[in-house]
Design a protein around this ligand. Structure first.
Ligand code: CA
Length: 241
């Protein structure tokens, strides 16, 4: 039996766990996943090298320490990657404002955790939306789900506290996730996305800021913390407790 544990350094509402198998030879394996010491689920069955295992929790589980114990495997125990996907956008005080909005597609629709609702400026560029996280945040990435008709070339300039951070430039399509991780985390509170080029009215289904309150250190192990994150549909057998 071998185990690896990720300390997220604070509790999160965890939606999903993904892990990329490092295994030679292929064969039946048994992995037990624990959250803060309590059994969460098992992965059992045939696994092969580089396979992604994925488990979506029926209801989010709250916890800080995620452990994977491997009970049986024909291989030395190893993982390429473990991802913890959690709701990190309850910045409870977050608000959104925009250059203009359709009355039924207000700015807050871009931060409601629901990809099926959107902010729509109701007009062509240049338009902007700004998310105020409500607290200084150690921001390490920004993710946004495109709402666009027609698909095509767009330019979006992202700034944090009015300082340019990066741009998304290129072809984009409706429903696509854009993601940019920052080379170094930036402390900030106001994230603005200004769209300067698009043949569509400017709109976003969802904007997600990846980060932690600025007084909380970063997770000590690789962890992807995202809300509404897309995933590769290659689950092995799912087990529900
Ligand atoms: Ca939304």
């Amino acid at each position: 039996m071998q185990w690896i544990e990720i300390d997220l350094l604070r509790s999160y509402e965890i939606d999903k766990i993904r892990a990329k198998v490092a295994q030679s030879p292929s064969g039946n394996t048994e992995h037990q996943v624990f959250l803060d010491g309590a059994p969460l689920f098992d992965w059992t069955g045939l696994t092969v090298n580089e396979q992604w295992l994925e488990h979506e929790l029926a209801t989010p589980a709250s916890g800080q320490h995620l452990r994977i114990e491997t009970q049986n495997s024909p291989s030395w125990v190893a993982w390429f990657e473990i991802e913890v996907i959690a709701d990190v956008f309850p910045f409870p005080a977050a608000t959104a404002t925009a250059s203009r909005s359709l009355p039924f597609d207000p700015p807050e629709n871009a931060i409601d955790g629901d990809k099926t609702t959107k902010w729509n400026a109701g007009d062509y560029p240049a338009q902007w939306i700004e998310v105020d996280l409500g607290v200084d945040t150690l921001i390490d990435g920004i993710q946004a789900n495109v709402a666009q008709l027609p698909d095509g070339f767009t330019q979006h300039n992202v700034s944090i506290d009015a300082i340019p951070a990066f741009s998304w430039t290129g072809g984009t399509s409706d429903g696509e996730w854009l993601y940019q991780s920052l080379p170094a985390p930036v402390i900030g509170r106001h994230v603005r996305i200004e769209t300067t080029d698009s043949d569509s009215w400017v709109a976003w289904n969802e904007i997600i800021v990846h980060g932690n309150p600025a007084n909380v250190p970063e997770p000590s192990a690789l962890a992807l913390l995202a809300l509404g994150c897309f995933f590769l549909p290659i689950p092995m057998r799912r087990y529900k407790a």
